[in-house]
Design a protein around this ligand. Structure first.
Ligand SMILES: [Zn+2]
Length: 332
């Protein structure tokens, strides 16, 4: 497995007491370095994303404003979303990370790649930067793949709805977007009846989990909804928005998952496409020990090893919401 990052990602400075802070990356790195599969991992340095690849998702005005804000020393885009002097350079590396991993997987260098970067991306719409996100890293990678004719499936297991990714591909039948997220919760999108529009109807799938949802409910959602809709899409690549803020210790959400649940979910999802066509993107996750444990469990799962840093969880609510999404997308 390849893990891609860059030192600049630590220099994106969100200010004191911001949950999306550089220590998150260190926690993830430590979790990987302490994993029993660490010897199977190669760390690679993320290059800059080519300007054209960014322009395929975001208009020049948005990219130029980000560059100008960083060049002037930084500022706030909204109360949550902060830009520092190094943020533009970090964001361009963060987006380049996924593109570089695609090139490396094309060359047969590994079975899977994981982009461990910040700023995260899944709340960034084409023209609106929000929710700690500046450039939508997973969308840049998915757009690049779709533009060369690949069929892409994105599964977003961050606790928050990936509203930016959904919006970018809402009309696009070649990119399937599936999100499991706490609802109602920030950013207040991701209702089950948001299913795509135009040619993209049916290729947006939302599973809206209530607070307290546990690992058994998530795995049932993967088995009965996510796996069938992904297989129906016949993807050639699977991209996972891997946010770990669904961990029950996370300070900004109320889901009930553990790191072992995340490992098992990752294992279930990776089976859906062949080795060499699997990419993960770090999104959220704000409790440092939970982040380390999740990173360790997920990287082990990617190597086919079941690590169990914590117990799995069960008995939480949400089965009715899984059934609702199944009925919307798979009844016929
Ligand atoms: Zn999140």
């Amino acid at each position: 497995m390849l893990v891609s990052t860059h030192d600049l990602c630590w220099l994106h400075d969100t200010g004191r007491q911001h949950p999306e802070r550089p220590e998150r990356l260190t926690a993830v790195k430590n979790g990987i370095d302490e994993s029993e599969v660490r010897d199977a991992i190669e760390w690679v340095e993320a290059p800059d994303a080519p300007r054209e690849a960014l322009l395929a998702v975001h208009p020049a005005s948005v990219l130029n404003r980000l560059a100008d804000l960083s060049a002037s020393g930084g500022g706030s885009i909204d109360p949550d979303t902060v830009v520092s002097a190094e943020s533009c350079a970090a964001a361009i590396r963060a987006a380049g990370s996924g593109l570089d991993l695609i090139e490396r997987l094309d060359a047969g260098e590994a079975d899977a790649g994981w982009s461990i970067v910040r700023p995260p991306g899944h709340h960034a719409l084409a023209s609106v930067q929000m929710g700690f996100c500046l450039i939508n890293n997973i969308a840049v990678a998915a757009r690049h793949l779709a533009d060369r004719g690949e069929r892409v499936a994105i599964v977003d297991i961050d606790a928050h709805h990936g509203n930016g990714t959904q919006d970018i591909f809402y009309n696009d039948p070649n990119v399937l977007f599936v999100s499991l997220h706490q609802y109602p919760w920030y950013p207040y999108t991701g209702r089950p009846d948001e299913v795509g529009e135009g040619d993209g109807v049916g290729t947006t799938v939302n599973i809206a989990m209530p607070a307290g949802a546990t690992g058994d409910v998530y795995r049932s959602a993967i088995e009965t909804v996510v796996a069938p809709v992904v297989m129906r899409h016949r993807p050639t690549w699977l991209l996972i928005s891997a946010g770990f803020d669904g961990h029950r210790a996370d300070p900004i959400t109320d889901l009930g998952l553990t790191s072992t649940d995340y490992g098992e979910m990752t294992s279930d999802l990776l089976q859906l496409v062949p080795a060499g066509r699997r990419l993960l993107f770090l999104e959220g996750g704000y409790e440092l020990e939970a982040l380390s444990n999740c990173a360790g469990a997920v990287v082990a799962a990617t190597a086919g090893v079941a690590a169990r840093p914590e117990d799995t969880t069960s008995g939480g609510p949400g089965a009715d919401m899984v059934e609702l999404s199944r009925a919307i997308h798979l009844s016929s």
